[in-house]
Write a protein that binds this ligand. Structure first.
Ligand code: ADP
Ligand code: MG
Ligand code: MG
Length: 921
């Protein structure tokens, strides 16, 4: 449409149905529907441009606006054969807001405008229905009073309720014409009393005030807050349009009705007509829930002919818009009108199903089907979530650390969790202040994890995400008392065994059982994602540490494993003691002995992992975290020692007791147990062990462990640790190859900052490769690569590329390094404030900072590929599952992204979007 200079008003017959910015969504669709021949009551739209000018000019209309409005009114009078303000055959209109983005309930609509003491009589004359006319009148006074004259609702509601009470009726329909006449007069008095002025009689003054009220509502507090809350920017919607639409009445008898409908079921996407209607009612009655509406199917019996027309409207709308529609209709005296349509808002399940079915029906193509669905929204389908119909109030909130909802009985420590699971198999939720590697067995038997301390990268969060279990971390309101086996949240006490529910998608914690809905990886989703894979250029890998994770990732369509964190393999309950031995040992021999015991275990892990993933690649990262992470904390050890020493003292006492008792009596039943208990040498041994560990913990102390002795630094100072891991990978590869299982392991070195480090490790790899090849009689297939998570590594990409076959960006550490933010501290302290104040737009740990961190990546990709043309380069940080970050990875030419298993489908869709959005722009 040529937005003609100075034209602020467009009739529904002339406005451009595509011009949503200018005419608002409602207005554009009213124009479009009118022009494709659907029965829309005649009307016109005042543009958003007029709105902006009005607001800019201190609430004055732009030049000529009112003249255009008057012209349109005259035209309306002509088509309807009625007169605006005509005492015998009055024209009534609605004045409706509507911006480019739907903002439900934020701005207002006024119905029945044009009513006054004279046109009221005209309305009675025309319809012969006094009750109807007074009903329309009192509704108008009330709505106009509220919206245009700022009279508080309660001033109308109170006398109205009092009247209903007096008459003994529950519903408005129970009121007689006289009642409504009476209340109209009361309402007029209310307006006078509240505004100090009589209710405006002149319809043009009414129209003027109504238009101003709607235009002004755009900058009202409600609308402004809403736009802030939902991030609606001026690019998305700027100003509201005003739609002025001839009134049609669904409340003029039993051949009248009104309703709202979806062309398909928005709850599950099923292709059945879905909606509700009310006979003899006005639109707002359905929305306001004043009367209980009937399901649309019932109309087939009640008004068969109109139902057929409605079905026809349904199919015309869908075919025309190629999209599920959510529409409003009114039937006046047997004539069907469509009053509004918009794209239906649906849950993700319904979006996915309709996407696939619309393609099958030929209404859209596969690419449109993919673009209809926001990748992030798939989360709804991939994790269990709280039943949207359950309305529970949260008891506490923490960080949404791992998505999904779960309900279970609280336990406060991992050992008790395991014992309870064994005793009676019921769902558990592990609640701790924070978790440590030694709690891992508690994770396995729990449905979800809740901590009162720590952030999104705390042990609890990372491990829970890896396992795909819901986790709420750092719920600061909860005070955990492990010894007493209880927790306090304000006045509420949670005891062991109490039921709680948590939602790791939102971070909310609820007391008691809240219903949850299961995740479902539906056939439609599989179909949709197969269309995505056909188009995506990025491969999508999963981060998976153990074979069970890998199996799950495969179900989600992972094309390989982009990150296997080998240290997770050390965490299993029966392995931790050996790992502990490895760490505590003082000599190389002792350490080697422990490593020798770990080797077959780790090799077996790899055999299983490679076999599960065959023939896909599996990237194995050698030991990364500072080793003291495998040890209990200093405080814990000191506590334990205090307890043990108490025990030793009291055991001395019981030794004395038992000796004394045995002198006193020879046959005494209580003696035996006391004697059994009284073996203090065991306790001495335990004390000795703990003291040795404490000594080690103290010697391993680092001021800043995340920047300390970890990753390849550890691998170079304790080469025997990496040697064991490398051997495990290569021997596992040989074992698989001999069985005819195709494997593509990749050894990846963490925390590298210089190629010298890689060269040092390569010497070890080469030595072991020779040994393994000789011993096994077969050459192991593998690749050698490096993490890119240190700023210097990015800057030296050219040199690193000479030593390795692939790069993998670890964007969590890289982000920490690029910003000099420690993630935990940033997220818990200043980052939220930074975001609030707009100093940083996003949390760079969730949304890849393309400008800084991304720039480093882009440079490294260029330098690396300068050396190795088709070098495999991926990302394995959490950003690898974030749609906007994936789009960036696509743009800089990465080969793959890797993310947690349940996010793989999101990443697959996002990878396809990256291609489709690129070609469309
Ligand atoms: P919202 O954006 O809140 O849905 P609308 O402008 O669509 O507001 O109007 C509110 C209600 O009034 C809806 O039920 C709508 O169908 C009804 N309505 C609006 N204009 C008219 C009209 N000209 N005739 C009959 N009903 C109308
Ligand atoms: Mg509406
Ligand atoms: Mg890292």
């Amino acid at each position: 449409m040529s937005n003609k200079q100075g034209q602020y008003v467009y009739s529904f017959t002339e406005g451009d149905g595509k011009a949503r910015q200018l005419l608002g969504g409602k207005g554009a669709n009213l124009c479009e529907m009118t022009q494709i021949g659907l029965n829309v009551p005649p009307g016109y739209t005042i543009t958003t441009e007029a709105c902006l000018k009005y607001l800019e000019n201190n609430n004055t209309y732009p030049d000529g606006l009112m003249e255009e409005v008057k012209e349109q009114m005259t035209a309306l009078e002509k088509v309807t054969g009625k007169g605006f303000g005509d005492a015998h055959n009055p024209l009534l209109v609605s004045v409706r807001s509507g911006s480019a983005m739907s903002m439900p309930g934020m701005m207002d609509t006024i119905l029945n405008l044009g009513m006054n003491s004279e046109t009221l009589q005209g309305e009675i004359e025309q319809t012969g229905d006094e009750r109807f006319a007074y009903d329309a009148y009192r509704r108008f006074i009330q709505l106009f009073g509220k919206v245009a004259l700022n009279v508080d609702d309660e001033h109308f509601d109170e006398p109205f309720e009092a009247l209903k009470k007096r008459e003994g009726v529950k519903e408005d329909v129970g009121l007689s014409a006289d009642n409504l006449k009476e209340i109209s007069e009361v309402f007029l008095d209310v307006v006078h009393a509240q505004t100090g002025q009589a209710f405006p009689e002149d319809p043009y003054i009414q129209l003027d005030l109504a238009i101003k009220a709607v235009l002004g509502s755009w900058s009202g507090k409600r609308a402004v807050d809403y736009r802030r809350e939902f991030n609606i920017t001026p690019e998305m919607a700027n100003g509201t349009a005003v739609n002025i639409c001839t009134m049609v009445f669904g409340n003029r008898g039993d051949d009248c009705a009104t309703g709202v409908a979806f062309t398909r079921n928005p709850g599950n996407g099923e292709n059945i007509f879905y909606g509700e209607y009310l006979v003899n009612a006005q639109g707002e009655d359905v929305v306001a829930g004043i009367r209980t509406p009937k399901p649309i199917a019932q109309m087939a019996e009640e008004m068969p002919d109109l139902y057929r027309q409605l079905e026809e409207l349904r199919s015309k709308l869908e075919t025309h818009y190629s999209e599920i529609q959510d529409f409003e209709f009114t039937i006046e005296k047997g004539i069907l009108y469509c009053l509004q349509t918009r794209n239906g808002k649906m849950n993700t399940q319904a979006m996915v199903r309709t996407s696939v079915e619309l393609v099958q029906e030929g209404l859209i193509n596969e690419e449109q089907a993919l673009l209809r669905i926001a990748p992030e929204s798939l989360e709804q389908m991939l994790f269990p979530r709280l039943d949207p119909n359950a309305n529970a109030t949260a008891l506490a909130t923490g960080l949404p650390a791992s998505p999904g909802a779960a309900c279970g009985h609280v336990v406060f420590d991992a050992d008790r969790a395991v014992a309870q699971k064994a005793a009676n198999d019921r769902p558990l939720i592990l609640l701790r202040e924070e978790t440590k590697p030694e709690d891992i067995h508690g994770f396995f038997v729990s449905e979800a994890i809740l901590t009162s301390r720590g952030g999104k990268t705390s042990h609890a969060a990372v491990v829970a995400r890896g396992m795909g279990k819901p986790c709420v971390a750092g719920a600061a309101g909860i005070e955990v008392d492990v010894l007493a086996r209880r927790a306090h949240i304000g006045d509420v006490v949670i005891k062991e065994g109490d039921l709680i529910t948590l939602d790791g998608t939102t971070g909310s914690v609820y007391l008691g059982a809240v219903d949850t809905v299961e995740a479902e990886f539906s056939d439609e989703l599989k179909t949709l994602l197969s269309w995505a894979d056909k188009r995506a250029r990025l491969k999508v890998m999963a981060n998976a540490d153990v074979p069970e994770d890998a199996e799950r990732a495969l179900k989600y369509g992972a094309m390989g494993i982009g990150l296997c964190r080998t240290e997770r393999m050390f965490n299993a309950a029966e392995r931790l003691p050996i790992v502990l031995e490895m760490i505590v040992s003082d000599t190389l021999e002792q350490r080697q002995a422990a490593l020798d015991r770990l080797l077959p275990i780790q090799r077996q892990d790899f055999v299983e992992l490679f076999t599960t993933m065959s023939p896909r690649p599996v990237t194995v990262r050698l030991l990364d975290p500072p080793i003291h992470e495998f040890l209990p904390s200093e405080n814990q050890l000191i506590d334990d020692l205090v307890q043990l020493k108490h025990l030793r003292d009291s055991m001395r006492g019981s030794e004395v007791l038992s000796a004394t008792l045995s002198l006193l009596s020879t046959e005494n039943g209580v003696l035996a147990p006391i004697q059994q208990l009284a073996d203090s040498s065991l306790v001495d041994e335990a004390i000795e062990k703990k003291e040795a560990i404490l000594k080690k913990v103290r010697s391993l102390f680092e001021v800043n462990p995340m920047l300390g002795h970890r990753g390849v630094r550890l691998g170079i100072t304790f080469p025997e640790i990496y040697a064991m891991q490398i051997r495990a990978v290569l021997e596992a590869a040989c074992e698989c190859q001999k069985k005819g299982v195709e494997v593509h392991p990749e050894i990846m070195i963490p925390q590298v900052c210089t190629s010298e480090e890689l060269i040092t490790i390569k010497v070890i790899v080469e030595t072991i490769r020779k040994e393994v090849e000789q011993a096994q009689g077969i050459a192991p297939i593998f690749k050698f690569g490096t993490m890119m998570e240190v700023v210097r590594a990015c800057m030296r990409a050219e040199q690193l590329a000479q030593e390795v076959e692939f790069f993998s960006f670890g964007t969590n550490d890289l982000t920490q390094a690029a910003f000099s933010f420690s993630r935990e501290d940033a997220e818990n302290k200043f980052l939220p404030m930074y975001n609030e104040a707009g100093i940083l737009q996003d949390n760079p740990f969730e949304v890849l900072d393309t400008k800084g961190v991304g720039k480093l990546m882009e440079l490294a990709v260029g330098w690396g590929r300068g050396v190795r043309k088709d070098m495999k380069i991926g990302i394995c940080g959490e950003h690898g599952g974030h749609p906007a970050s994936i789009n960036f990875c696509h743009k800089i030419g990465l080969t793959y992204v890797s993310c947690s298993g349940p996010r793989v489908p999101i990443a697959r869709l996002a990878a396809a979007h990256a291609v489709l959005l690129e070609s469309s722009s």
